[in-house]
Design a binder for this molecule. Sequence first.
Ligand code: CA
Ligand code: CA
Ligand code: CA
Ligand code: CA
Ligand code: ZN
Length: 551
Amino acid sequence: MKIYHFKNEQVLPIDEGAPNEINSTITVQGTGGNITDVNVKLDIDHSYTRDLEIRLKGPDGTSILLVTGIGGSGDDFEETTFDDNASVAIRSGTAPFQGVFRPVEGLNQFNGTDANGNWSLEIADRAFQDGGSLNKWELEIITDEPVENTGPFVFNNRTLTPIPATGTPTITSQINVQGLSDINVAEVCVTIDLDHTFTGDLKISIVSPDDKEVVLVESEGGSGDHFNDTTFDDAASEEITSGSAPYTGTFRPEGNLADFQGISPTGIWKLIVKDQANLDGGALKSWTLAIKSNDTPQPTSPFKIEVNFLGGLTNSQQAAFQIAADRWSEIIVGNLPSVNTDIGVVDDLVIDAEGIVIDGSGGILGQAGPTQLRPGSMLPARGIMQFDSADLQQMEDDGSLTGVIVHEMGHVLGIGTLWSTFGLIEGTGSDNPEFKGSNAIAEYATLKNAPSGFVPLANTGGQGTREGHWRESVFDTELMTGYVDVGQMPLSRLTVASLQDIGYQVDYNKADPYILPFALLTRGRIEAKSVHRCQVGVPAFEVLPEDSVVQ
Ligand SMILES: [Ca+2]
Ligand SMILES: [Ca+2]
Ligand SMILES: [Ca+2]
Ligand SMILES: [Ca+2]
Ligand SMILES: [Zn+2]
């Protein structure tokens, strides 16, 4: 979407003698796409507005009546804006018509056409006596032309990585850049937040996905401490070699970040910190990669899920989280407003993921759910997925890991965890808890080919399973049932619909094919799956304050 403004400020007299007509033209050029909205603003002096009939004519000859015979003997149109979306019709206004009004005919008749060409404002004075002048007029044209976005595209790794004091360790931290397909790098800046008690020990470099290495800083600062949110930028005025620890602000790196120009930014970027001397250590606390391009990336899902790995997860386990994040961003296709959270601005969801020791294989799996909700929509901005390392290992071994992580991330999005908050459960505590979201009910009716007033929720399994999932006996292998099925766990249209029921914009076409099982499962068959029950706790969540929304 792009917004254009055009003006004509040439004053034209409106004769007070015999009926007459004046025309004023605005030549529009350089707009792209088709019109999605037109608004027009007029400033006219006239001593008897009822005499006037005013039309706006577009480049293709379409002519819209803005005003005819209104305002009686009143004077003037003072900065009068015509907008189809206004709440007041111009007929209900009084001279001098200050404010925003709906025109007599809809400006939406211009929608879908090319805005380029001559637009004319035609003012007819239908009566003898009384005159005035057109002082100026202005067009606001909105088209569906895509907005250029060349960045910076910002990526973070907030995982704390210790730098041991003994020996000469090398630590590596990664950022996986995704969502920038079809563009090349024009500019890269790197910001590091790193504590170290002897910065002169350190060589810090960044390596691109195609294995180009650029040294940011090597052996600088002597026995001084820390890089506190230090930004490396080729365009900085000060060189890092002339700064001193603690380094704060923006510096030119020792190498040239311009070496990355022209490469594809997609893939794994590494920050490598070599501690080249024994004694003194610290930690890499976080780092940020800001990439600018000369081109606009192809649109990807506007719903971004960032996983913040806090430790305790193997590379293959981390990969399962990434697959899960990508899967849900295919399903959810509507951007949510960015919000300020405890870790800064979040767009759209940041999940802390961690493997910890709980009770060994089986038993408790951990906790998964939202921790901070947006005000108003109550949709999550932050969440947590914290699992028993022994269970993760077990699931990796039996092949159910990815399915389970997709499932648990569904809980962070609100499936099962926010249903009661949204008032979507009836029959809590009974044998027949029901989900009452209208979209999910419609999908369930389609699945069973019969009308239904509800979707059956899990009625067994105790806290963490009951009422937070679809009922196992009815839905069996569906992803959001409470018992894991090794093998296919389809993410069905039912689950997609339930996300729509809590306020997400969704794409049903991205659902997996799914049909109901031939017969209801028996209790015995369900119990046989109980090793892999979704036995997770739901964390407490808070609603962020109204002013957390980033405008
Ligand atoms: Ca409008
Ligand atoms: Ca050292
Ligand atoms: Ca366990
Ligand atoms: Ca199941
Ligand atoms: Zn679950």
